[in-house]
Design a protein around this ligand. Structure first.
Ligand code: SF4
Ligand code: SF4
Length: 134
């Protein structure tokens, strides 16, 4: 297995764990898509370098983000759902903030560990900058 594939497998496992941990919070999400319009919603999404590698490997059509809204949101739905970032999975407007912070901290530790294990440079970048950089 190539190093990229190994990293992608590790990222996928972290996402699967997060999805399990967040199943209850997800059940309360109305899937309105408002939180993917960062400018209107008034928040930002940061992503790590292993996640971007995983995303680019799986999403062939990497789109820039000229405005404050994620380019993968169409008709209030995420068109990259399977490969979306940890921040997309963790944030729920009705979920407990402490719980979300703890999951974020753990996920960041895990992504850093992947970087250490595979000598990948660790970057923590806001989504807009990361997508526009390509
Ligand atoms: S990747 Fe999907 S869930 Fe994440 S911000 Fe974009 S549209 Fe929203
Ligand atoms: S977390 Fe909240 S704002 Fe985001 S899609 Fe779900 S209901 Fe809408």
């Amino acid at each position: 297995m190539s190093q990229t594939n190994e990293i992608c497998e590790q990222v996928k496992k972290i996402y699967a764990r997060l999805d399990t941990q967040l199943a209850d919070a997800a059940a309360q999400c109305g899937a309105c898509g408002n939180c993917c319009d960062f400018e209107k919603f008034g928040h930002r999404l940061f992503i790590t370098s292993p996640e971007l590698l995983y995303f680019k490997t799986n999403i062939k059509d990497l789109k820039p983000m000229p405005l404050g809204v994620c380019p993968y949101m169409q008709d209030n739905k995420c068109t990259a759902r399977e490969f979306r970032f940890a921040g997309c999975r963790i944030f729920f407007c009705k979920a407990d903030e402490d719980f979300q912070s703890k999951l974020t901290e753990q996920a960041i530790r895990d992504f850093k560990q992947i970087c250490d294990n595979y000598q990948l440079s660790y970057r923590y970048t806001d989504l807009k900058t990361a997508l526009n950089r390509g």
